[in-house]
Design a protein around this ligand. Sequence first.
Ligand SMILES: Nc1ncnc2c1ncn2[C@@H]1O[C@H](COP(=O)(O)OP(=O)(O)OP(=O)(O)O)[C@@H](O)[C@H]1O
Length: 258
Amino acid sequence: MPRPASPAVVAPVLRLDGLGWAVRGVPIVEDVSFSVGEGEFIAFIGPNGAGKTSLFNLISGICPATAGSLELDGADITAEPVHARARRGLGRTFQTSSFWPGTTVAGHVRLAAQAAAGPRASYRIWRRADRYADRVAETLARTELAHRAGTPASALSHGEKRKLELAVLLVSDPRLILLDEPMAGVSAEEVPALTELIRSVHRDLGRTVLMVEHHMDVLLGLADRVAVMHHGTLLALDTPDAVMADTTVQQAYLGEAL
Ligand SMILES: Nc1ncnc2c1ncn2[C@@H]1O[C@H](COP(=O)(O)OP(=O)(O)OP(=O)(O)O)[C@@H](O)[C@H]1O
């Protein structure tokens, strides 16, 4: 009897084929190919400057691919701009938080809900503000920010700012989520709660997640597979155990010649 194929092979949500990005002829990301199955969680690791953020920029459309192609749900999105990819359900966070300091937590999430509803909805932005109240409240509850709804973003801790980033992302209901170093700047005490939140987004909401993260203890408990970037290329993509045991990966981290 034939073995059932893995979801990553049968119905990839995302498929990269020889994807690359060069700046003035200098390759930053080179020949990256892999598929992501529905509901999968892949963590990206690699030394500083390995190309992890650049790869996320390519996937989200911030950087134009100079080689290869990219498919989302079977559609070629290689030439699509950021907003078109967002409409298809692709959302991302960034390494550095950026908020309007005086705008409240609920205000940020409501604006994101309105922006996700499209330009016509945004036009009626203030008149229809209450239209998104339920969705905003639900999202704040899920991200454990309900008690901070009226707090200006500038008054949040680093961990709460990371939660707000997730709230802003989740309110637009993305199916494929890219998290770029969600623990960056977060205090050690706040890491476990944030890790649990990311786990619930993946497991309970069933979202497909790609995450750049340096904290090995965080990603090992979350990721189905670990991708290792090195000098702009994909060095390894396998289960966490297999990647940790890979001597090539160990050498890349120790900075030894490959
Ligand atoms: N717009 C750009 N123009 C030229 N070089 C760039 C540009 N963006 C990134 N780079 C270079 O590409 C390389 C990869 O950067 P990238 O930020 O993707 O790495 P990273 O793996 O995310 O690093 P880190 O872990 O430090 O965030 C670096 O050498 C960086 O200086």
